[in-house]
Write a protein that binds this ligand. Structure first.
Ligand SMILES: [Zn+2]
Length: 505
C-alpha cells in the first residue's frame, strides 16, 4: 500500500539575502540562510557585507534568536555549511563562532578551509574600524572548528543528517551541497479518507522517508580557463535553493570579452601606456593571468618586451594553492600540468617594489585588491591615473563608495579625503569576468537535478520575479523568491509504503 504522508515541512529563513538592494551581478552581500528541515536546523553560508563598516556588515542573527549573552546557538544549529571562500559567503563565520559562541560542526571543502582564513585576515587588516571586528586569533580559532570535505563525499553529520558536496565551478573549492534529513516514521499516517495505525513490529522495517535540499552557493555552469563547470546528478531534491545573481541575464560570449580585454591591454602598451588590472587574489586573477600569458606567448618578441607583473603576496600564495588543489581545476589545466605547471607563467613576473611602477616604459600590472579601496592597486592607480596614455581595466564588481566604483561610474574627479582630489585622465574599461551562472545556467541546473520546488536567493527583486515566472511556466515547478528576513515554508508530500495489519483494514 502506498500513502502520502503530509505535514513534512522545510522552511527557509533568509537571514542575509544580500544583493536585494544592490542589484544583480554584484559580488557583495551577506549570504546566510537558515534551513529548517525534518527537525534539523542548518545554516547555509555565513557571509559578510563588504560595503558596510557597521553592524550591517554581518547577517542579522536575531532571526535565529534575539541577541543575548546567554543565547546558545550551538544548541539551536545542527551544523553550518560554507559553500566557498568569498567573504560574502564566509566573512561572518569568525564572528558567529568566536563572538556569538557557536561551537557546533562547520563544513567546507579542503580548498575553502585553506584559503578562507587568508582572505578573512587580509580583509580584517584593511578594515577601518578593526577594533569592533573579530581578531586574528578569532579567525584561527574559528578555522580549527572546521571539518573539511571532499567533492562527492557523503558526510554523516548525525544519524539523521547527511550532507554531500558537488563541484560548483565559480572559484577554487566552491561547492554546492546536498542535504538529506531522514524523518522518523510517525505511528499514525493521515490520508484523505482514513487514518491507520502501524503495527509496532512492522514499523522498524518501513523505509525511512527523507527530506532533501540542494543549496548552490555561487556556481558557474560554463567552464572557464582554469575551472570546470558545476556538476550535479539527477538527485531530485525536494527543494533547490539557488543563487540568481545573473537571473535574467545571458552574457555575451566569453570569447568576445576575452578579445576586448586583450585588445585593451595590447593597444595601451603599443601606444606607450601602462595597464593596471585591479583583481582579487583568487579566481579571476588566475583566469586572466592564463589569458595574458598565452597571448604574450602567441604575439612574439615585440610584445614580450613589455613586462607583465602581478603584485607580490596574496596572488603568489594563491597560485601555490591552485597547484596544491589541482584536482579541483579543469581537465585541460590538469593535462597541461603534465608538460609544465600552468601557473609558472612564462611572461608574468612578481612585482616586488613600488619603484617598478615608475619605469618610463609600458607595462601591464595585476594588483590587489580588486576594488581599488586600499593597498597596492590603489597606490598604483594614484600614480598612473592622470596620464591619458594609461588604462585601468576593472574585471569585477566594486562596492559603492570605493574608488573602483567611482571610476566605473565614470567620475573624473575623485575625492580621496577631505583635502585631496585625484583627476582621472586614463582610459577606463569595465569587462566583467564574474563567474556566476546566467539565466541559461540556472535553468540547466534545474533540468539536471529536477527539484520539486525552487527557492531563489541572492538576486535583485524584480529579476528574481521574472525568473520565478519563467521557472513556473517552463518547468511547472513551484518557485519562491523570499526577501531578506522573511521565511518561506514548503510542505513536502512524501510517498512511502506502509504495512498495516489486515484486521485494521
Ligand atoms: Zn562567490
Amino acid at each position: 500500500m502506498k500513502y502520502l504522508q503530509h505535514g513534512n515541512l522545510a522552511t527557509f529563513t533568509i537571514i542575509g539575502g544580500g544583493r536585494t538592494t544592490l542589484g544583480a551581478g554584484q559580488d557583495v552581500g551577506r549570504s546566510c540562510v537558515l534551513l529548517r528541515m525534518g527537525g534539523k536546523h542548518i545554516m547555509l553560508d555565513c557571509g559578510m557585507h563588504m560595503g558596510y563598516n557597521d553592524d550591517r556588515r554581518f547577517p542579522d542573527f536575531s532571526y535565529i534568536a534575539p541577541y543575548h549573552p546567554s543565547t546558545n546557538y550551538t544548541s539551536m544549529i545542527d551544523c553550518v555549511i560554507i559553500s566557498h571562500f568569498h567573504l560574502d559567503h564566509c566573512g561572518a563565520l569568525p564572528f558567529f563562532t568566536e563572538c556569538l559562541g557557536y561551537d557546533g560542526p562547520i563544513y567546507m571543502t579542503y580548498p575553502t578551509r585553506k584559503i578562507a582564513p587568508i582572505l578573512l585576515e587580509d580583509f580584517r587588516k584593511i578594515m577601518i574600524t578593526p577594533d569592533s571586528f573579530f581578531t586574528e586569533a578569532d579567525i584561527k580559532n574559528c578555522m580549527k572548528k572546521v571539518i573539511p570535505v571532499d567533492v562527492n563525499q557523503a558526510i554523516q553529520v548525525d544519524p539523521q543528517l547527511t550532507i554531500r558536496a558537488y563541484y560548483a565551478g565559480h572559484v577554487l573549492g566552491a561547492a554546492m551541497f546536498h542535504i538529506q534529513v531522514t524523518v522518523p516514521v510517525t505511528n499514525s499516517v493521515s490520508c484523505p479518507s482514513a487514518s491507520f495505525t502501524f503495527h509496532p513490529f512492522n514499523t522498524p522495517r518501513l523505509p525511512h522517508p527523507s527530506l532533501t535540499c540542494v543549496y548552490t552557493g555561487d556556481y558557474n555552469t560554463t567552464p572557464d580557463r582554469h575551472l570546470g563547470p558545476a556538476q550535479i546528478d539527477r538527485c531530485r531534491p525536494d527543494v533547490l535553493v539557488t543563487e540568481t545573481t545573473y537571473a535574467t541575464y545571458t552574457r555575451d560570449s566569453k570569447r568576445t570579452r576575452e578579445q576586448a580585454f586583450l585588445e585593451a591591454c595590447h593597444q595601451t602598451v603599443a601606444q606607450g601606456g601602462k595597464v593596471l588590472i585591479p583583481v582579487f587574489a583568487l579566481g579571476r586573477a588566475q583566469e586572466l593571468c592564463i589569458l595574458v600569458d598565452g597571448y604574450w606567448e602567441r604575439m612574439g618578441r615585440e610584445l614580450q618586451k613589455v613586462p607583465v607583473y602581478f603584485s607580490a603576496g596574496l596572488t603568489e600564495k594563491a597560485n601555490e594553492y591552485y597547484k596544491l588543489f589541482l584536482q579541483w581545476t579543469n581537465e585541460s589545466l590538469r593535462e597541461s600540468f603534465v608538460e609544465r605547471n600552468p601557473f609558472d607563467f612564462k611572461h608574468i613576473r612578481p612585482f616586488t617594489h613600488m619603484t617598478q611602477a615608475d619605469a618610463p616604459t609600458p607595462m601591464v600590472l595585476f594588483a590587489t585588491p580588486g576594488m581599488l579601496h586600499a593597498g597596492t592597486s590603489l597606490n598604483i592607480f594614484l600614480k598612473w591615473c592622470s596620464n591619458p596614455l594609461n588604462a585601468v581595466i576593472l574585471p569585477g564588481y566594486c562596492v559603492p563608495g570605493t574608488v573602483g566604483a567611482r571610476v566605473l561610474a565614470g567620475e573624473r574627479i575623485i575625492p580621496l579625503d577631505r583635502w585631496t582630489n585625484v583627476e582621472v585622465r586614463c582610459k577606463v574599461y569595465n569587462l566583467s569576468f564574474s563567474a556566476h551562472a546566467d539565466a541559461k545556467g540556472i535553468m540547466s541546473l534545474i533540468s539536471a537535478c529536477e527539484p520539486k520546488n525552487v527557492v531563489l536567493i541572492h538576486g535583485e527583486k524584480s529579476k528574481m520575479a521574472m525568473l520565478k515566472e519563467r521557472i513556473v511556466k517552463e518547468k511547472g515547478i513551484p518557485c519562491f523568491d523570499p526577501g531578506n528576513g522573511t521565511t518561506v515554508t514548503i510542505e513536502v508530500a512524501r510517498d512511502f509504503v506502509a504495512r498495516v495489519d489486515r484486521e485494521l483494514i
